[in-house]
Design a protein. Structure first.
Length: 456
């Protein structure tokens, strides 16, 4: 069957788009998640056109071969991991920006466009695409849509789902469907666009997206505040949000994360702090907003508040935050990165609980967080070569997710479910929720060919 599959694929694809060398195809077997099984693909396909994607899906349906769609594979949940004998459908070659409209404030893009590439392109038109995952220099728009990615700016601008107006989707049987709109408003029928955002490629293959844009805001300025405890920093977050302030980002790094970033990049961050809070404003008078927030931080117990003087200093602080996950990985060589989101009012309880879990299991767990929207990234550092340490890492990871649910939160704020959190999705949404989600899956993918084994 493998040879038949390859022959049929090659009938509608250029030779260079079909990869069969096992040494090459194996490199497409997984994303960046730990503890997630990955199979061996039969073939990797890199289409450049919608018609080629349709041909792949028609072939897959005819032969009942599973298909795993992929972007840049920067995901952290195993959602892009291969299934044994599958077609890996890598969309990175579909990387054209098809349209940028300053009047309609939209961009029309293919799924392989890099997030940062789009951001820079629309910036040349005085426009702004807000979603900015930490991997924005590598991750693709298609991947962002598949996992409903967030980023540093979500506290003010929201997540990817809020910017996807319409989609072109190739269904499991090869049919092409358009959802949504390119207008400022539109409520015709069920919102199938939002259904596909966050579906992790399990309902269809996104081949084109209409994205909402905003006017480019003024250059933001950043403030750094040191705190003697994570609880004091979380209290400051609550005070800032309760006071009606609208920061463009509000990020927290605990002492473990600060030390890891310094060790990796020698950035000179204050290692005596227990928590470092970064706040930014992109308002017409950011210095005044930073001064007001700085006063609130001091009232909450900050030991030092330092506003950046210019854009260069601000970018340096943001670079430190973006390096957090990479730096924590260097602590022990392997990490499990959680992304539990809790109500802001429970943020301090979440961080205190994570610290207790780290002590219980004898593990280093660093926390960086999109504190302004309650999205925490507890990162368990461990030695993958030590079976006992690996076991403790997995158990601590599960306890962190349980804690998040106990605090009224969710198991994933932006990374998705994939393989890593399948069992926990069922706990969060309950048996009726799982039943209905499976019914939606069956309606779009009756033969269960699209990204099998993910979500539930």
């Amino acid at each position: 069957m493998s040879r038949t599959l390859i022959d049929l694929l090659q009938e509608g694809l250029p030779a260079e788009a079909v990869l069969t060398d096992p040494d090459v195809t194996s490199s497409y077997s997984h994303d960046m998640a730990s503890f997630c099984d990955a199979g061996t693909p039969a073939v990797v396909v890199l289409p450049r056109t919608v018609e080629q994607v349709q041909h792949v899906m028609r072939t897959a349906t005819e032969l009942r071969v599973p298909v795993v769609p992929q972007g840049a594979r920067t995901g952290l949940s195993g959602a892009a991991n291969a299934h044994d004998g599958c077609i890996v459908l890598s969309l990175v070659k579909m990387d054209r920006i098809l349209e940028i409209s300053p009047v309609d404030r939209i961009a029309v893009v293919e799924p392989g466009v890099i997030n940062a590439t789009l951001s820079r392109a629309v910036g040349e038109h005085g426009l702004y695409y807000p979603p900015d995952p930490s991997s924005w220099e590598m991750c693709t728009i298609g991947g962002n849509i598949g996992t409903a990615s967030g980023g540093l700016c979500c506290v003010k601008y929201g997540v990817t789902a809020e910017y996807v107006l319409g989609l072109d989707v190739v269904l499991a049987d090869g049919r092409l469907m358009s959802t949504g709109r390119r207008t400022a408003k539109g409520v015709a029928g069920y919102d199938l666009t939002r259904l596909f955002v966050g579906s992790e490629g399990s309902l269809g293959i996104v081949v084109r997206a209409v994205l909402a844009l905003r006017p480019q805001p003024p250059q933001q300025l950043v403030l750094a505040a040191e705190f003697p405890s994570t609880r004091a920093a979380c209290d400051a977050v609550c005070t800032i949000m309760e006071g009606g302030h609208g920061p463009s980002l509000l990020e927290l790094m605990d002492r473990t994360t600060v030390k890891a970033v310094n060790a990796l990049a020698h950035m000179g961050l204050p290692e005596t702090t227990e928590a470092l809070l970064l706040a930014a404003f992109d308002t017409p008078d950011p210095a005044a907003d930073l001064a007001a927030v700085g006063a609130l931080c001091e009232a909450a117990g900050a030991t030092q508040v330092v506003p950046a003087e210019d854009a260069a200093e601000s970018e340096l602080l943001l670079q430190a935050r973006r390096l957090s996950l990479t730096a924590l990985e260097a602590v022990k060589g392997t990490t499990m990165i959680d992304d539990v989101c809790v109500p802001r009012s429970r943020l301090a309880e979440m961080l205190d609980g994570v610290e207790r879990i780290g002590e219980k299991y004898g593990l280093t767990i660093g926390v960086c967080a999109h504190a302004g929207d309650g999205n925490t990234h507890p990162t368990v550092c461990f030695d993958a070569a030590d079976p006992d340490e690996g076991r403790r890492a997995r158990e601590s990871f599960d306890e962190i997710m349980a804690l998040g649910l106990e605090l009224g939160g969710t198991i994933t704020g932006e990374h998705g479910v994939g393989i890593l959190k399948k069992e926990w999705l069922a706990r969060e949404i309950g048996p009726v929720g799982v039943e209905m989600q499976r019914a939606v899956k069956a309606a779009f993918d009756p033969h269960a060919l699209l990204n099998p084994g993910k979500l539930f």
